[in-house]
Design a protein around this ligand. Structure first.
Ligand SMILES: *Cc1c(COP(=O)(O)O)cnc(C)c1O
Length: 374
């Protein structure tokens, strides 16, 4: 291979760059303004996407920011059959002065590398991950909403594209980043969600893919989410697969329990829980706010008895999409258990505000979590 090859492997010295090939047909400014006025979540996409291809032996190459559009995928592409796929989720936040920032992107890059290892996908370096996100947001900066708790949701993902039906790790993979404007999660004020306790289905077992952010985990959780909906609940909570006893997490959010002495507990990472970046940030933020924070196992009995006795005063869920969401009740085949007054708890709201104030540049970023994009 010549020294001027465009091929770049993970460990090589030449960094992967994402030159921009601008769209010839971007969405008209008036239409974009209409979309940004009420974007909802995950329904609209920006004018561009970042792409890169990996082939065995060559490594990562052909990286670029290109016009957003459908992929051409062979029907035999491995991802369509064996779900060899991982993804990430992070946001770009517009600050009052117009600048655009993201939150702990290297933590997302590192988690994507861990997920990729578990799914036998190639690793993309942290710098390349950050470069893809940066170039895409700079190109589509006009799509970053402002006001309220709106943001531009970023979805990096990696899929096995090789056309081959044999069962092994694919030799051709694509990495992409797409972006979607998102409105405030709670436009009418923070409202508690109801949780259905899944006793027919589990999410993850030891040695499985529970701590990897992969589409397969979500595919397996949808039937439980539907069961939750059929019982009038917003979200589903999963217990550990081994004993059906310990609280793990929701379909896409981690859980926290606030106690009457001010201490805060979140289920410890046992290999089956997704290592949320919001979860990890709240461990530190809650400590800043004077709470004792513990990571340990929490049984479903402790949850029920704690709420009934008043020892547990608030429960909340957390993740990038909704930041911090209060839990208002727990529903299961055994009945319903209401939490508090049906309003968001005071500790939940204080932690939520602290996190959002940092993300939107309204409070000092004492942990150095923000990364400027524009
Ligand atoms: C992404 C995700 C979370 C939340 O992670 P954040 O990094 O905080 O967004 C929690 N649980 C599951 C299953 C997830 O996929």
């Amino acid at each position: 291979m010549s020294a001027t090859t465009t091929a770049t492997t993970t460990g090589s010295a030449a960094p992967l760059t994402f030159p921009v090939r601008p769209s010839a047909a971007p969405v008209a400014a008036e239409r974009r303004a209409e979309i940004l006025a009420a974007p909802g979540f995950g329904r609209f996409f920006t004018d561009h996407m970042a792409v890169a291809t990996w082939t065995r032996g060559t490594g990562w190459h052909d990286a670029a920011v290109v016009p957003y559009g459908p992929l051409q995928l062979d029907p035999a592409a491995a991802v369509l059959h064996y779900a060899q796929e991982v993804f990430e989720g992070l946001k770009a936040y517009r600050h009052a002065d117009g600048s655009v920032w993201t939150f702990r992107p290297r933590a997302n890059a590192a988690r994507m590398a861990r997920s990729a290892r578990r799914l036998a996908l190639p690793e993309l370096g942290e710098d390349a991950f950050l470069e893809a996100v940066t170039q895409l947001v700079r190109t589509d900066e006009a799509w970053v909403p402002s006001g309220g708790e709106s943001s531009l949701y970023l979805r990096p993902f990696m899929v096995a594209t090789e056309a081959f039906l044999g069962v092994r790790a694919a030799h051709e993979v694509k990495f992409l980043v797409i972006a979607s404007p998102a409105g405030s999660y709670f436009p009418g004020g923070v409202k508690p969600v109801s949780i259905w306790l899944s006793q027919n289905y589990t999410r993850a077992s030891l040695g499985g893919t529970g701590s990897a952010k992969c589409g397969g985990n979500y595919a397996a959780s949808l039937v439980a989410q539907e069961e939750a909906g059929a019982h009038g609940c917003d979200q589903v909570c999963f217990l550990d697969a081994a004993e059906q006893r310990y609280v793990e997490e929701l379909g896409g959010m981690n859980l926290y329990f606030v106690h009457d002495d001010g201490s805060i507990v979140t289920p410890e990472l046992t290999g089956t829980i997704l290592e949320g970046i919001t979860r990890a940030s709240i461990v530190e933020l809650a400590a800043d706010l004077g709470h004792e924070v513990r990571e340990r196992r929490v049984s479903i009995d402790e949850w029920r008895e704690g709420v009934a006795s008043g020892r547990i005063t608030e429960v909340f869920a957390c993740g990038t999409a909704a930041a911090v969401t209060p839990v208002g009740k727990l529903v299961s085949a055994d009945g319903e258990l209401s939490h508090g007054t049906g309003q968001a708890g005071e500790v939940t709201l204080a932690i939520r505000e602290r996190l959002l104030d940092i993300q939107y540049g309204r409070a000092e970023d004492t942990h150095g979590w923000l990364h400027r994009l524009v």
